[in-house]
Ligand binder design. Structure first.
Ligand code: RIB
Ligand code: CA
Length: 325
């Protein structure tokens, strides 16, 4: 099983990311970051989810409360004041670890081979870990993120929430040289929480299935019913669930209308799936035009998720929830 550190801001869809990772990967630890909710809340929520599925052996390390450059904005309009409104839950029996998330990430990556990172919240902790120890960029197998979008946002027309909360952190990450797999909202819009989906979970009748259904009962009414974060972890578990395109992505920091945009160069779309979402196909490559030409792109740096096998995703999630006794 792949070794994983999951950095998240639970968050209803983060909860599904945790449940998928805990059963299907070697989840070394969960680190939390301010995003959907304030840090104490998202940390408590991570502990609650792990307790629900009987995995209190997996440690939780609190990280940064928010970005260093701007005050934190939270998504209470989507996830509620607690960060995971809906299910009635009891306070977790255990405390989070006292070690800081960034120290856990750095120490683990520097001492353990073949660690994969997955970030499903703002990239504040990941950027901070890179500042502390730049060599993690070459040590990790990959960084999977739920964030950004190949051609649109969700929090603004241009920017997706996780990137929008801390664009400077995202810039640091996308310029670090880490192998990046980006699951943007162009992909996650293919992963809706439908009434059928919810009832199939509820019908499992076990704690995990009912919990998943209760999470979605609330989340689906919040107006953003897509299991964004779960798609990123599902890609790690089952790579054939997602078709990607290897493209150049950079982060807009200054645009009045576009701050936090993941500017994705689609001009030389080289996708493993010719039926990818957009019909931009080109036989041109990023370096076909000579140096200095406006038509010359920059070298691709990101595996951009383009097409989801939604039935396959649902099968994986239901199988995982069913397997929790
Ligand atoms: O834009 C969707 C992302 O923002 C998801 O990670 C969700 O949990 C929120 O953090
Ligand atoms: Ca999240």
């Amino acid at each position: 099983m792949r070794k994983l550190i999951l950095d998240c801001d639970p968050g209803h869809d983060d909860a599904f990311a945790i449940m998928l990772a805990a059963q299907n990967l070697d989840l070394l630890g969960v680190t939390t970051v301010g995003g959907n909710g304030y840090l104490p809340n998202v940390t408590r929520n991570a502990l609650v989810v792990l307790e629900k599925i009987g995995r209190t052996d997996i440690p939780v390390y609190p990280g940064h409360a928010g970005p260093s450059t701007k005050p934190l904005i939270i998504a209470a309009n989507v996830h509620g004041e607690s960060g995971m409104d809906g299910p009635v839950v009891t306070p977790p029996k255990r405390q989070p670890e006292t070690k800081h998330a960034v120290d856990f990430i750095v120490e683990t990556v520097m001492s353990t081979d073949h660690v994969t990172l997955c970030a499903t919240g703002p990239l504040t902790n990941i950027a901070s870990a890179l500042n502390k120890e730049p060599r993690i960029a070459e040590r990790v197998d990959a960084l999977y993120i739920m964030g950004g979008g190949a051609y649109a946002g969700n929090w603004t027309p241009a920017a997706e929430f996780n990137i929008y909360v801390d664009p400077e952190a995202a810039y640091k990450v996308f310029h670090s040289g880490m192998p990046i797999y980006m699951v943007g909202v162009n992909l996650t819009r293919q992963c809706p929480v439908t009434p059928t989906f919810i009832e199939n979970m509820r019908k499992l009748g076990n704690i995990a299935g009912v919990f998943g259904a209760e999470l979605c009962d609330f989340f689906a009414n919040g107006g953003d019913a897509h299991l964004h974060d779960a798609c990123a972890v599902a890609w790690i578990i089952q790579p054939n669930l997602i078709k990607d395109a290897f493209l150049h992505v950079d982060i807009e920091l200054d645009g009045t209308l576009t701050r936090g945009m993941t500017v994705t160069d689609l001009r030389f779309l080289q996708t493993s799936n010719p039926e990818a979402d957009i019909d931009l196909t080109s036989t041109k490559k990023w370096n076909d035009s000579k140096e200095g030409s406006p038509f010359r792109g920059k070298e691709p740096n990101t595996h951009v998720a383009m097409r989801l096998d939604y039935p396959g995703f649902c099968e994986l999630l239901l199988k995982t929830l069913r397997n929790y006794n």
